[in-house]
Write a protein that binds this ligand. Structure first.
Ligand SMILES: [Fe+2]
Length: 355
């Protein structure tokens, strides 16, 4: 058992990752920095989970004059929206899926482990072996995270061609950051440009996920492809994956919504930074990646590449001036971010103010 798979629970007892298959989010709630009343199991359960087949995630047309209103309504209701008419060519996303599958399958493990994830500022950047995305639960995924620093030098990429290709993806999504943030601020009744300076050249985490074909053993283990969680960021751009799996928790009825979005669209969700500054107007909604329902698809790999949008570590996350009396005090972004993510990476991941 690797060191990563050991953790201490709230009472100080040693637990293993396998306990994560039976754990709920409330076992780790002390790490959270925004209100999360919902209780759910980290892993999926074929016998216990209930599904909401009625709820439709709204599609918001970025070229519509009503975009700000529609996006605000969608996110306030469920924390997720589908962006259409983004101006990004769907073929770029197809190419990204192919490149990611190649990157994870062609590189020998020894080479991948040279890039093992380490904390850079707030972001745990680099390669995550299968079952080591977090120390809470043995996720059936390999991941590779790149923040802005990885595009500015240093030895973060096994191949420079990959860096240059993903630079294009990042640039395409960066062009959407201000339009989305301005729309949300407008919806809330704030100055739409309040975050323009902070989000120009801001930090992000591009995460490449490779979910290998499920072995019979992994399929039987009870582990999810990716545990139920909330994103820590302002918001996340997830180009619609071609393989089934994303599910989001509807807090109103505690049922899971299976999300399917058309090729070329982007699934957008709000995270903890946004819930905090919006004074809980925009929720940081729980989501996970489950195994495909169709057993024959379990023998195929799944690829996804969400991009999380952050503010830089020195910024202060403060409740916006237009959303009523603040429920939360101001907090430095690095402290906020790393205290939450220490639930995934261990207590010593947290950076305290002044240290
Ligand atoms: Fe996520």
């Amino acid at each position: 058992m690797s060191a990563l798979s050991l953790l201490r629970d709230n009472r100080g007892a040693m637990k293993t990752q396998d306990d994560g298959i039976h754990a709920t989010n409330q076992d780790f709630i002390r790490y959270d920095q925004v209100e999360k009343r919902q209780t759910y199991h980290l892993a999926e359960s074929e016998s216990e989970d209930q599904f909401d087949d009625e709820f439709v995630i709204r599609t918001c047309d970025m070229r519509s004059p009503a975009f700000a209103h529609e996006l605000g309504e969608a996110l306030r209701e469920i924390g997720f929206a589908i962006l259409s008419n983004t101006g990004i060519d769907a073929a770029l996303y197809d190419e990204a899926e192919t490149k990611i599958a190649e990157m994870f399958t062609r590189l020998p493990m020894e080479e991948k482990l040279r890039y093992r994830a380490q904390r850079h500022g707030s972001v745990n950047q680099g390669y995550f072996p299968i079952k080591e995305t977090s120390n809470m639960h043995p996720d059936l995924v390999e991941g590779w995270v790149f923040c802005r620093r990885a595009f500015e030098g240093g030895d973060f990429w096994p191949h420079n061609d990959d860096r240059e290709f993903f630079r294009e993806i990042v640039a395409a999504h960066e062009a959407l950051i201000l339009p989305v943030m301005q729309s949300l601020l407008q919806y809330l009744g704030c100055d739409p440009h309040l975050y323009d300076a902070r989000l120009t050249g801001t930090n992000f985490g591009l995460r490449l996920n490779y979910y290998p074909p499920l072995s019979a053993e992994d399929d039987a283990s009870g582990a999810a492809r990716l545990l139920g969680h909330e994103d820590v960021d302002l918001f996340t751009f997830l180009p619609a994956p071609s393989t089934e799996g994303l599910q989001i928790l509807n807090r109103k009825n505690m049922k899971w919504i299976r999300v399917a979005a058309p090729r070329g669209t982007i699934i957008l969700n709000t995270g903890d930074y946004m819930q905090r500054i919006s004074n809980d107007v925009f929720p940081s909604t729980t989501h996970r990646v489950s195994k495909p329902r169709d057993g024959s698809q379990r023998g195929s790999a799944r690829v996804s590449f969400p991009m999380a949008v952050y503010v830089w570590e020195d910024e202060v996350l403060e409740v916006l001036p237009c959303v009523g009396p603040p429920k939360y005090p101001p907090v430095k972004a690095i402290e906020f971010h790393t205290s939450i993510t220490s639930k995934f990476y261990g207590d010593d991941y947290a950076v305290k103010e002044g240290s």
